[in-house]
Design a protein around this ligand. Structure first.
Ligand code: SF4
Length: 184
C-alpha cells in the first residue's frame, strides 16, 4: 500500500453480532483522526451496500452462515485489495458455529417447530426464494475466500483495530504487541 496515502475502507457484518463494529467505534476521538486518514465506502456505518470502486482494505465481521454471506464475502474479496478477518466469528465461526455439530434440520425444527414458545399450529419452517438459504454449517471466512490478515478477539479491541489500520495506512506490515492480542 502506498505510504501515507488516504486509505479507502469497506466493512461488513456477516454472521456476527455487530460487536466488532461497536468495538471499532470504541476508538472514541481517534475516529475523528481516522476521518483524515480513511475514505469510508460500503459499510454498515454509512449504510452503503454496493461497491462503486475497488478499495484498499475490507474488514469482515462474522462467519459465513448462508448463501447471501457467501455472495457478499466473494464481492468483498473481488473489490478489496486487502481483506482482514475481524474477530472470532470471522476467524473461526464464533458463537454461531456452536450449531455445527447439530444437523441443520434439527436446528431449524428446534427453532421453528418444537420450541415451547413457537406460536404456530402448523410448525412451518420459513422458506422463500427471497430468504437467504442457510448453509449446512457456519464457515470461517478463510474457508470461502483468501484472507490476508486475522485480528483475533471477541471483539478485537479498538486499540488493536486502530493499530492494524494505521500500520497499513503508513505502508507498514501490521505489528500488534502481545497485550493487543492476549485474551484470558
Ligand atoms: Fe460479536 Fe464477538 Fe463475533 Fe465480533 S467476534 S461479531 S463481538 S460475537
Amino acid at each position: 500500500m502506498t505510504k501515507n496515502k488516504k486509505v479507502s475502507l469497506a466493512t461488513i457484518s456477516l454472521a456476527g453480532c455487530f460487536g466488532c463494529h461497536m468495538s471499532f467505534l470504541d476508538m472514541d476521538m481517534k475516529v475523528v483522526d481516522l476521518v483524515d486518514l480513511v475514505d469510508l465506502h460500503t459499510s454498515p456505518f454509512n449504510d452503503l451496500k454496493d461497491f462503486t470502486q475497488k478499495v484498499d482494505v475490507g474488514l469482515i465481521e462474522g462467519g459465513v452462515c448462508n448463501d447471501e454471506n457467501v455472495e457478499r464475502l466473494r464481492s468483498f474479496r473481488k473489490n478489496c485489495k486487502i481483506l482482514i478477518s475481524l474477530g472470532e466469528c470471522a476467524i473461526m465461526g464464533g458463537l454461531p458455529a456452536l450449531r455445527n455439530n447439530i444437523p441443520l434440520k434439527d436446528c431449524l425444527e428446534e427453532a421453528y417447530v418444537n420450541t415451547p414458545t413457537t406460536d404456530t399450529q402448523k410448525g412451518i419452517i420459513p422458506h422463500h426464494e427471497d430468504i437467504p438459504k442457510i448453509l449446512d454449517k457456519v464457515y470461517p471466512c478463510h474457508e470461502v475466500v483468501k484472507i490476508d490478515y486475522f485480528l483475533p478477539g471477541c471483539p478485537p479491541s479498538a486499540d488493536a483495530i486502530w493499530q492494524i489500520l494505521t500500520d497499513l495506512i503508513h505502508g507498514k506490515e501490521p505489528q500488534l504487541n502481545y497485550g493487543q492480542i492476549k485474551y484470558d
